[in-house]
Every structure is written in structure tokens, then in C-alpha cells.
Design a binder for this molecule. Structure first.
Ligand SMILES: Nc1ncnc2c1ncn2[C@@H]1O[C@H](COP(=O)(O)OP(=O)(O)O)[C@@H](O)[C@H]1O
Ligand SMILES: [Mg+2]
Length: 261
């Protein structure tokens, strides 16, 4: 859950002032809501994107994200470069390369889909780096043996975590980096393609361009139905718009899978 910059103690802001060469301005991130603090910080030498956390789960998640971002940046050009990180007064603070760009349009026929496809081809061919990452079950809370694998899976490629920059597509928010079968990334994209205006059939037909899209229909059926049940459960308990959207989009895919199987 997001907090205001004002909650940061003096020990944290003084260090940021030092790193930003004195004066700086802050603009909270427009999207996402997982990180406690996520903001663009602008100083005389330019912009840095800053994430910070102080709660136990927040620090654990940000520490995980930092480790994953650093590990993935060694093999792929998609994550933002880490500029600095430090701990002060119970806060973990991470400054990364600021990426200027818009979120991609994931509607049918959008040219941004080509950029996403290129990134997916690279991700699909990249083994998870050494490290202790989520497995499919730990990440998603449900499992089918076909979800097991050794591939690097970002697992949260929602458009807010994608930025189309002058240098091409970049991917942020590696907080849920997962080691799993490559098709798990594709299955987790169905909801965002549907959210972008695809029908479930169009989403599947776009994803079928990837050789890892499963021939094993049973695994896909199971994934779609378990994912939809998970989000339907969350939507019953929570009021946020994005949770209800995910309930609708994952539900639409599960209904389609039941119809075609
Ligand atoms: N390095 C970056 N440069 C510019 N904008 C970023 C950067 N990282 C994240 N953002 C923007 O801030 C939003 C929130 O950051 P994110 O890391 O996704 O946090 P959350 O965990 O809250 O989703 C993203 O959706 C994106 O719009
Ligand atoms: Mg995010």
C-alpha cells in the first residue's frame, strides 16, 4: 500500500539529498500500489526512480526485488539499472535509472505488441539466474506439474510495469521474479491482453506465436480455472477496481477454456 513521501524520516531524506546533490523534487508514481514509497525524484543532475519500504513484508519484498533486478540486469537489458541502495532508520531505499516513456497499448493490432513479443521471446529463452526465487506454487498459490521449470518468469507483465522508451521496451517491478516453465509467463499475460481489449480467443491466438504455448490443454484449463478462482475469491473480499478487473478478466478466460475443451 502506497504512503506519502512525508512519512520518510530525516535520516532517509538527508541521505537522498546527499545522493541527489542537494535540492530535489518528488513526484509520486502514477501507477502500482504495492511498494510503500515509489516516486520520481528530480535533482540538479537528473531523475532517479526511488522505492522505499519499512514494514517487515515491505522490506522483504524490496530486498527481493533489488536482488532480482540486479541478477536479471546482468543477462537482459530490460530492468532499470540500480543507481544506489541504502538502509537508514529501519528503511530500505533503492534508487534506479529513471525510465521515461508511456505504458504500452495492449489492444488487438497495437504496434506495441511487437515490442512485447520481442521481449517475451528473450525472456522465454533465459534461464532464471542463480538465486533463491519463487517457484510457480509459491508465486501463484496453485500448481500443476507442467508449471514447473527453470526459466526466468517476471510474472507481473501488466502494462503499468512496462515502459516504451526511446530505446525500446523496458520492464520494471521485478518483485515477483519466478523460476518456472516459460508458458507460465504467457498464461499470466492472458488477463492483461483481455484487459487491453482482446477476446479470450484473440489473446490465445496471439500467445500461440510462442513455441512454449502449451499443447497440453489440460494444464492450460487447470491454470485458467485456478487463477480465476483465486481472483474471484479476492474480489469477494476487496473493493479495489484492479482486483475486480482481474476477477473479470481471469473469469472470462476460464469460461472460454471450459467452452473449447
Ligand atoms: N525505473 C522507473 N522509471 C520510471 N518509472 C518507473 C520506474 N519504475 C517504476 N516506475 C513507474 O512507477 C510505477 C510503480 O512502480 P512499481 O515498481 O511497479 O511499484 P509497485 O510495486 O507499486 O507496482 C510503475 O507502474 C511505473 O509506472
Ligand atoms: Mg508495479
Amino acid at each position: 500500500m502506497r504512503s506519502d513521501w512525508d512519512v520518510l524520516p530525516e535520516a532517509v531524506t538527508a541521505k537522498i539529498a546527499e545522493l541527489m546533490a542537494g535540492r530535489y523534487g518528488v513526484a509520486p508514481a502514477p501507477d502500482g500500489d504495492h511498494a510503500e514509497i515509489a516516486a520520481t525524484v528530480t535533482g540538479p543532475d537528473g531523475k532517479v526512480f526511488v522505492k522505499a519500504a519499512s514494514s517487515d513484508p515491505g522490506v522483504r519484498s524490496l530486498r527481493y526485488e533489488l536482488a532480482a533486478n540486479e541478477a536479471v540486469a546482468k543477462v537482459l537489458r530490460y530492468p532499470p539499472a540500480i543507481r544506489w541502495s541504502y538502509e537508514a532508520d529501519g528503511w530500505l531505499v533503492v534508487g534506479t535509472e529513471h525510465l521515461d516513456g508511456a505504458h504500452p497499448d495492449l489492444s488487438p493490432g497495437s504496434p506495441d505488441l511487437g515490442l512485447l513479443a520481442q521481449a517475451l521471446h528473450e525472456l522465454q529463452g533465459t534461464p532464471a539466474p542463480d538465486g533463491s526465487w519463487y517457484g510457480a506454487n509459491g508465486r501463484l498459490g496453485f500448481f500443476h506439474p507442467a508449471m514447473d521449470g527453470e526459466t526466468l518468469v517476471h510474472s507481473d507483465l501488466n502494462p503499468a510495469n512496462l515502459l516504451v522508451t526511446a530505446d525500446g521496451l523496458r520492464i520494471v517491478d521485478w518483485a515477483y521474479t519466478t523460476r518456472a516453465a516459460p508458458w507460465v509467463e504467457l498464461a499470466l499475460l492472458v488477463q492483461w491482453l483481455i484487459g487491453g481489449g482482446h477476446t479470450a480467443a484473440q489473446a490465445e491466438s496471439w500467445l500461440a506465436q510462442f513455441p512454449t504455448w502449451p499443447a497440453d490443454r489440460e494444464a492450460l484449463d487447470e491454470f485458467a480455472s485456478r487463477n480465476a478462482a483465486k481472483w474471484a475469491g479476492k474480489a469477494r473480499q476487496r473493493t479495489e477496481r484492479w482486483v475486480h478487473d482481474l476477477g473479470t478478466w481471469t473469469g472470462a478466460w476460464a469460461v472460454y477454456r471450459r467452452r473449447v475443451s
